[in-house]
Write a protein that binds this ligand. Structure first.
Ligand code: ATP
Length: 359
């Protein structure tokens, strides 16, 4: 299988407004380079343009502007069947009247491969996707997870340059979803195929991707490795979209020689706070992002706050505190070993300054 790179250049899709409605810029000047063999997830809230982007790559939707390259060649003018892509859909889209083997081999038959080659390729894929022994079953005799494996097998067997996933796990129950995301990632790595995966589930994006592309209103809000977007979000939007974020605002008092800053948050002065890539100026206001698991509820700490929620979650105690008139969330890990604060108690929020991220 020859994995191919994908390049989007100023890709746009504008839907004209009907009956006096304004036009919709579903995808607005998106440029992106995806390496061969990379697993990239398009993540964002409903309506941000994820599906439209994917469908333009597959050829199901015509771009209003820009271009799409696959393996260095423009595919913008090719019909979907002429593109070296394969799509796995949320609804599986299997042929209900065919058994598993015939579903998987369907595309190869259309390509007129010899029956020996078809058999060899389907046998390999059945093994890879854990479907051995089920080849004679009809698709209505399969569980949701098995149907999704058939859909994946049917796409993989075509050995496409890029595999496209449109929210493939949305119809599965929570436990199976977690299992299948590991499976898909394992198979993608084993085959070395390029994958573009659309989801609005941030846990899915974090656990599967080499790179996450966060979309907002048809534009790229941030693109980076899961750890990068989690620990170094470039906006309040990205910070809130990936995981839970506590947002505070403060005024920089001084930019230290080592590049860290001294910042005043209400009446609390924090020194040596690490910063992002932009230039920071004394006297200006900035946004601070603090993750819930980086904090602890203690007798001593940086901020004083009132506990408004204290709930045992097993792996952690979920706290909400009122700090400067806003909600501050803390995940206190391994609560068995800690003093548990109750609703209404005053406590302090303890955190390591290096865990603060300034946007
Ligand atoms: P979801 O997670 O809900 O599927 P999405 O991020 O995949 O959302 P898209 O389906 O790409 O979003 O839609 C992006 C925008 O384009 C939305 O505002 C949507 O209403 C609009 N849109 C999509 N298809 C059409 C269409 N055929 N005609 C007009 N507007 C459309």
């Amino acid at each position: 299988m020859k994995a191919k790179g994908v390049t989007l250049i100023n890709l746009s899709k504008i839907y004209p407004g009907k009956k006096g409605n304004r036009e919709v810029r579903a995808v607005d000047n998106v440029s992106l380079d995806i390496e061969p063999g990379e697993f990239v997830t398009l993540l964002g809230p409903s309506g941000c343009g994820k599906t439209t982007t994917l469908r333009m790559i597959a050829g199901f939707e015509k771009p209003s502007g820009g271009d799409i390259f696959l393996g260095g060649e423009s595919i913008r003018h090719l019909s979907p069947d002429k593109r070296d892509t394969a799509m796995v859909f949320q609804t599986y889209a299997l042929f209900p009247n065919l058994n598993v083997y015939d579903n998987i081999s369907y595309g190869l038959k259309i390509k007129k491969l010899s029956s020996d080659e078809i058999r060899a390729r389907v046998t390999d894929i059945l093994k890879l996707t854990g479907l051995e022994g089920l080849q004679n079953r009809h698709t209505n005799e399969l569980s949701g997870g098995q149907q999704q494996r058939v859909a994946l097998a049917r796409a993989l067997v075509m050995e496409p340059g890029v595999l496209l996933f449109d929210e493939p796990l949305s119809n599965l129950d929570a436990k199976l979803r977690v299992q299948m995301r590991t499976e898909i990632r394992r198979i993608q790595k084993a085959v070395g195929i390029t994958a573009i995966y659309v989801t609005h589930d941030q846990a899915e994006a974090m656990s599967m991707s080499d790179r996450i592309v966060i979309l907002k209103d048809g534009q790229i809000a941030q693109a980076g490795a899961p750890k990068e977007v989690y620990y170094r979000p470039n906006s309040e939007f990205s910070a809130n979209f990936i995981g839970t974020a506590n947002i505070l605002h403060g005024t920089v008092q001084e930019v230290n020689r080592d590049g860290t800053v001294r910042i005043l948050v209400e009446d609390v002065l924090l020194d040596r706070v690490p910063v992002g890539e932009r230039t920071y100026r004394s006297g200006e206001k900035y946004t601070l992002v603090i993750r819930p698991e980086a904090c602890s509820v203690q007798e001593k700490g940086v901020f004083e706050a009132e506990v408004t929620l204290s709930t045992f979650m097993g792996a952690y105690q979920l706290y909400e505190l009122e700090l400067f008139g806003s909600k501050f969330t803390i995940h206190e890990n391994n609560p068995k070993t800690k003093r548990i604060y109750k609703i209404g108690e005053r406590a302090r929020i303890e955190l390591d300054i290096s865990d603060i991220h300034i946007i």
